[in-house]
Write a protein that binds this ligand. Structure first.
Ligand SMILES: NC(=O)c1ccc[n+]([C@@H]2O[C@H](COP(=O)([O-])OP(=O)(O)OC[C@H]3O[C@@H](n4cnc5c(N)ncnc54)[C@H](O)[C@@H]3O)[C@@H](O)[C@H]2O)c1
Length: 259
């Protein structure tokens, strides 16, 4: 693997999860110094050079983590917002607590992280040919609707436009920070297993086996995504190869939304 991220410092939230652990590994394999952050007290995947316990909904915790990165590394070139949760529930049964919890992790988290890291990333971006890079993991649920996902779709749609608005504001301020979102469809992680369980429980599929069997053919490319498919797209957006990608939505969905 060419070291396209040699010398770059990256922070990945949700780094112990299915997609976050592969993003950490791919950035690290490309030469980046990867700092992971997540809820558990340590990184079970060992794909990061160092690790911070971070609840992304906590602004004070973000200040602690970004402050530590500035002290230890002096810069932050790449920030990947991966942490996310899904509540799979009928609209009429969704509680306001479920709605707010999902909004807090999926929208407040990237808002707080971007706000707290912006100044350090602005200064870091000055020294890079194509600036610093923020990558937000949204979803096809931020582009199209899906049953049992009203709150999730609302949160991922919000993240999509938050990304574009950040891109516009940073450019207006002459900050060299590129901001883009990625939109995966189904990715083979624990999150999909949970979604399948909830579809069966709600009578949307006769059994988990049948629901799972339908996933591959639902994607024109014939299979569900693996976390690596998403990690490669993040590696691209984080690198100078994507120097002209700004405010864009990169759809990585095996053709799902092209139908
Ligand atoms: N799996 C899919 O099919 C799929 C599809 C499209 C988008 N996504 C998005 O990709 C991202 C990663 O999903 P995944 O499939 O790896 O799920 P996952 O459940 O394996 O990982 C999610 C990670 O987020 C962390 N997290 C949750 N709340 C947090 C908080 N408050 N603070 C910090 N970390 C927190 C969890 O601890 C976990 O490590 C999510 O944003 C998800 O919405 C997933």
């Amino acid at each position: 693997m060419t070291q396209i991220l040699e010398g770059r410092v990256a922070l990945v939230t949700g780094c112990t999860g299915g997609i976050g652990s592969q993003i950490s590994r791919h950035l690290s394999d490309a030469g980046a110094h990867v700092i992971g952050a997540d809820i558990p007290d340590r990184d079970s995947g060992n794909n990061t050079a160092s690790y911070h316990q971070l609840d992304v909904t906590d602004e004070t915790a973000w200040q602690r983590v970004i402050g530590a990165i500035e002290k230890e590394q002096g810069k932050l070139d790449i920030l990947v917002h991966v942490a996310g949760i899904v509540v799979v529930e009928k609209l009429e049964k969704t509680t306001i607590e479920d709605w707010r919890k999902q909004m807090a992790v999926n929208v407040d988290g990237p808002f707080l992280g971007t706000k707290v890291a912006a100044d350090l990333m602005r200064r870091s971006g000055e020294n890079l040919p194509h600036g610093a890079s923020i990558v937000n993991i949204s979803s096809v649920a931020g582009l199209i609707g899906s049953p049992l996902h009203t709150g999730y779709c609302a949160s991922k749609g919000a993240l999509r436009l938050f990304s574009k608005a950040c891109a516009m504001e940073f450019s207006a301020l002459n900050y060299k920070i590129r901001v883009n979102s990625i939109h995966p469809s189904g990715v083979n992680t624990g999150m999909v297993e949970h979604i399948l369980d909830r579809f069966v429980e709600n009578g949307f599929a006769p059994s988990k086996e049948e629901a799972r069997a339908g996933l591959g053919p639902a994607h024109p490319i014939g299979r569900l995504a693996e976390p690596e498919d998403i990690a490669k797209a993040v590696r691209f957006l984080a690198s100078d190869e994507a120097g002209y990608m700004h405010g864009s939505e990169l759809v990585v969905d095996g053709g799902y939304t092209a139908q």
